[in-house]
Every structure is written in structure tokens, then in C-alpha cells.
Design a protein around this ligand. Structure first.
Ligand code: SF4
Length: 339
């Protein structure tokens, strides 16, 4: 028997009628370029997708795009109805969806629970009241706390999405947000550095000089500080940085976008761990260094364009750094050699 594959079947539900105007959101623009979703389209999409998966695959249906529970209830139920047969016959193990914290209440949760929703991801962005209001999110920190508690009460897994570098944000505020998110005990988080997208209010602010997005270097550094907080708290980080796509790349005006952003952040975390250890070892530049690591970590240890190796040489003056890999090596270990 082959390995169990984890498959998400994404179903895009454009939120055309969203009454909000979050300054970073290009939903209206995105919605304009997609035909309106219909239950019939969803049915076809699910039929096609399920014809390509095996019975032993772990399949989830994922409704995304805007705020799923913010659309009119009848419409929301018409989409859930299309997913129902696959939950009923066990071919789908669950339904995940994303929504706003203030579009969650007991009535909605009981409907979702009934239809087999297993994961709700909340767009939280920040827990700093000023960042929330400057982003015109239209909900408060309190709304987030209430929604998280309710979702957990209904036994549904909780995901939280945060953004870094929105107007009014700072590294300290983002770290504070991460600490407060950890207290809400989500099962998973996603971290997105804020990007300036075409057709958004943030684009206007960027063009008139009242908003400056993070530099790529800053965003990598912020993530490298924040990610370990979640990991130490045992919270899964599902994603760092938006998933690259042609349509995303076309719509970016400015901001810290990199197609392999997650890799850059992981590589920076390893650099920090290595410098911490070398500081403790009081390494000095009279020597060469051998780094032993696992084959799957070598690109992160070395860094993009060998940036980590370059930084280690600059900081400690190593004349030579060799990286050796082996399946039994740990994350990394050092051997300082006399030249
Ligand atoms: S981020 Fe969500 S709530 Fe805000 S405008 Fe976009 S779709 Fe509406």
C-alpha cells in the first residue's frame, strides 16, 4: 500500500459582498477577475478533484477567499451542502475554512459543526488595537478572544493568521501579538509579512508616502524572532509568507515578497542558533570550522547564496568553513579545527 497523502481540495469562494475595507485586502479586485462561485461549480470541482484521489488519502475540503461565515447564511449552507456527501461517505476527513473573528457566533458554529467543519482559520492580523484600527479591520482584540474561545468550545481546531508590518506595527508589537496569540492556544498559525497589493488602500498610502512596507531583510528578521516563540509553545506554524503564484506576483506593488520566504526565515533561525553556540564557545578567527548537519538542512544551514557562511566568516573571522552532511548528524554540530 502506498503512503497516505494529505490532500487539501481548495474551493475559492470570493467574498464579493464583504462590507469591510481592510486596507491591505484586494478581495474586490480578485473577485472581479474570477467568475462568481456557484454551488454547481463547487459540485463539479469536488467531483473532478475526488476522482483523482485514492481512498486511503487523507482529504480535506478547504473553503478559502474572504470570510466564509460572513457570506449570507443561505449561500454558505449551499456550499456546505455540496461538501456534505463526501463527509458522509468518509471520503473527506473534514472541512477547513477561513473567516473573520467577528463573523463567528454560536449559531454559525453549530451549523459548521453539523456539516463536519474541522478547522477554522481566523484572520487576526494583529492583536494591537492601533494596528487593527489603522488597518480598518472593523473588529476589536476582544472579538478575537471571544471567537477563539467559542471555536475551541465547539471542539473545532483553531488556526490564526497574523500579518507583520501593517501600518503602525513594530517588531515589539508583533512579538507582543505572538505572545497573546500563544495565550489563545491555537492549534496552528500562519505568518504573512504585509505586502502592498494593487487596488488596495495600502497602495494609495504607499504611493503617497504615508506607508512604508518592511524591507525583505527586516521581514526575515522579524519572522526569525517570532517563529521560535510559536514552536517553543508547541504551536504548528503552517506557513510563513504568502504562497507564490503568477497572479500574486502580478499584483504586488511593493513589500517583502520572496518566493521562498519560509526558507529564508528558517535559514535565519539556524544562523541565530549557530551564532549563539559559537558565542558560548568563544570561537575566534584563528581556526577553520566544520559544520555537521542533516542532508535536508544543508541549504538552510548554508543560507541563500551562502549568506550564512559569509556572515559566520565575517563575524568570527573563520578562514574556512566546511559543511558535512550525514543522515545521523543532528540539526548541527561544530568542530573547530586548527589550520
Ligand atoms: S480581509 Fe476579509 S474582511 Fe477584510 S476586506 Fe478583505 S475579505 Fe473583507
Amino acid at each position: 500500500m502506498g503512503r497516505v497523502r494529505h490532500i487539501n481540495i481548495p474551493v475559492f469562494i470570493p467574498h464579493m459582498g464583504c462590507p469591510h475595507a481592510c486596507i491591505f485586502c484586494n478581495q474586490k479586485r480578485i473577485s472581479g477577475s474570477f467568475s462568481t462561485q456557484t454551488p454547481e461549480n463547487v459540485r463539479r470541482l469536488l467531483e473532478e478533484s475526488f476522482s483523482t484521489v485514492n481512498d486511503e488519502d487523507h482529504v480535506e475540503i478547504a473553503f478559502f477567499g474572504g470570510s466564509f461565515t460572513g457570506i449570507p447564511e443561505v449561500e454558505m449552507i449551499s456550499y456546505l451542502e455540496e461538501a456534505r456527501p463526501y463527509i458522509g461517505n468518509g471520503r473527506a476527513k473534514g472541512i477547513r475554512l477561513s473567516t473573520r473573528p467577528d463573523a463567528i457566533d454560536r449559531h454559525i458554529l453549530s451549523i459548521l459543526k453539523d456539516y463536519g467543519v474541522t478547522v477554522i482559520e481566523l484572520g487576526v492580523q494583529s492583536l494591537d488595537p492601533d494596528v487593527l484600527s489603522m488597518s480598518q479591520r472593523g473588529h476589536s482584540t476582544e472579538d478575537v478572544v471571544t471567537a477563539c474561545a467559542l471555536i475551541k468550545e465547539y471542539g473545532i481546531s483553531l488556526g490564526i493568521q497574523t500579518m507583520l508590518g501593517l501600518p503602525g506595527d513594530s517588531l515589539e508589537k508583533s512579538i507582543e501579538t505572538a505572545r497573546e496569540v500563544i495565550e489563545l492556544r491555537p492549534d496552528m498559525v500562519r505568518i504573512y509579512p504585509a505586502l502592498v497589493l494593487k487596488g488596495t488602500q495600502m497602495e494609495d498610502y504607499y504611493r503617497n508616502g504615508s506607508y512604508k512596507p518592511l524591507e525583505l531583510e527586516e521581514a526575515v528578521e522579524w519572522c526569525a524572532r517570532i517563529l521560535p516563540l510559536y514552536r517553543e509553545a508547541g504551536i504548528t506554524v503552517l506557513r510563513i509568507g504568502l504562497q507564490g503564484s503568477e497572479s500574486l506576483e502580478d499584483s504586488i506593488v511593493a513589500g517583502p515578497y520572496h518566493p521562498a520566504f519560509g526558507e529564508l526565515a528558517e535559514s535565519r533561525i539556524l544562523l541565530k542558533k549557530m551564532t549563539d553556540k559559537l558565542d558560548r564557545m568563544e570561537a575566534d578567527g584563528k581556526h577553520g570550522l566544520i559544520i555537521r548537519t542533516l542532508p535536508e538542512l544543508v541549504s538552510k544551514i548554508v543560507g541563500q547564496n551562502r549568506s550564512n557562511i559569509r556572515k559566520l566568516k565575517e563575524k568570527y573571522g573563520f578562514k574556512k568553513i566546511d559543511v558535512l552532511t550525514g543522515p545521523d548528524y543532528g540539526e548541527f554540530s561544530f568542530e573547530i579545527i586548527n589550520e
